[in-house]
Design a protein. Sequence first.
Length: 234
Amino acid sequence: MNRRYSNLTPCVYSVIHPITRVAVYIGKTVNRFERFRQHRRAVTRARLTKWTRSLWVDGLEPDFQILEEFASENDATEAETFWIAAFRSYGATLLNMTDGGEGSTGWIATAETRLKMIESSKTRRPVSEKTRQRMSAAQKGRTFTPEAIEKMRKAHANISPETRAKMSAAQKGKAPSKETCLKISIANTGHTMSPKSRAKLAASKAGRKLTPEHCAAISNGHRLRRLRLSELFA
């Protein structure tokens, strides 16, 4: 199977230092091999790119750890927010610019960045009304065909139990020391999710009715996450 398109199960992962094993970034993806390749080539977000290039000086590359796998990308999106908050609660100094999930929730531009954005907008060529209409028309009604959806479903279910077991075994035992966790905790003390981010999360879940099966699955998921966190920060 083509490596680029294999293993398309949605997941939440961490980017970790190859020597200290300390997590520096939490992300989600539906194509882990392609995403990890982008991280190694330093073509992703600016802060993480600078960190990756700093490893190159010592002939190193970032390592990765799968935190959780999901049946759908929506579940992975919600879980990304949880894992970012969980790692930060344990004192991890992450390079994530947002609180996780889609969009830029929790990101606040610096004064320098705002000035650059303002200057850039002054010299930007305006988009004509005709171009705007074309762009809008091109995006309307875009949906996945049943064939494409079926292909994605089959790809997500393509991982064998043996492969899952090997992936799980390969990640076990890779955790920072208690001393490292303490240093990270001291460095990141006081970092909390903003009230605006909390309000957005609450609003997105308002009115949602869950079935007993869904509630049981969520409860079991929380239990497994607690076990995973205890392994990572033991």
